[in-house]
Design a protein around this ligand. Structure first.
Ligand code: URA
Length: 227
């Protein structure tokens, strides 16, 4: 994204922030991560998620085999709130109507990772992060994956495992976006690499009804589809 104009549409624009911090990453992008708001380091550099939380997020993605540079990373509000206070609803409303809505349309992600409770609250009205985290779901024609904010792991080490499991659900979120609700299981790498391809369809019968069928194909994937 191009540098954002110095925005003063909401009160955050005149409360000491240095930059209106734009999203960063490829456009379009399959995965879009939406955090809460820039912190001190983001405000100093005009790049989202480059402070302690950002490093945790990026390192965790790399450990899971993802390249964060191939993802579009942005925030709900683009200006740092004073003393990193929580963004006010009016700030979220003004900023998202002005920037995030356009970013989503432009980036056109298949999966939106809502990082933290504020981002979740924007995409899923009334959604509680304690219930929704780590569970991909369809929202408005895209897959939403709510995850705890990486800052939670910095203050509370027992959140580390929860956060890592939340991010690991990105694989399931991408599968949901790619295959839809009909696919209930995808296993990578169980089909043989071969020049001759065997296609095998199996059915399971319950009370005389076919309830699902599974199909294995050549290459790297096999999956089970609901009927
Ligand atoms: N926390 C966020 O939610 N976003 C950032 O860019 C940095 C920290």
């Amino acid at each position: 994204m191009n540098p954002l104009p110095d925005c003063i549409l909401c009160p955050l624009g005149t409360q000491g922030r240095r930059w209106t911090v734009p999203g960063a990453g490829p456009v379009p992008s399959t995965v879009m991560l939406v955090g809460e708001a820039p912190g001190a380091e983001e405000d100093a550099t005009a790049v989202p998620f480059v402070g302690a939380s950002g490093r945790k997020l990026r390192e965790s993605l790399v450990r899971l085999g993802y390249d964060p540079d191939q993802m579009y990373i942005t925030n709900l509000v683009k200006c740092r709130p004073p003393q990193n206070r929580d963004p006010l609803q009016v700030e979220v409303d003004i900023c998202t109507a002005h920037f995030l809505r356009l970013e989503i349309a432009t980036v056109n992600p298949q999966v939106i990772v809502a990082v933290g409770r504020y981002a979740l609250g924007h995409f899923l009205l009334g959604g509680a992060i304690s219930d929704a985290h780590g569970k991909p779901r369809w929202v408005g024609g895209r897959v939403l994956l709510p995850v705890y904010h990486p800052a939670a792991t910095l203050y509370s080490p027992q959140m580390e495992t929860v956060f890592q499991a939340d991010l690991a659900a990105l694989t399931a979120a991408l599968e949901l976006a790619r295959y839809g609700d009909r696919v209930v299981r995808v296993n990578d790498g169980i089909a043989p690499r071969a020049s001759v391809v065997a296609l095998d369809t199996e059915t399971r019968i319950r009370d005389g009804q076919i309830v699902c069928y599974s199909t294995a194909v050549s290459g790297e994937e096999a999956w089970v589809e609901k009927r």
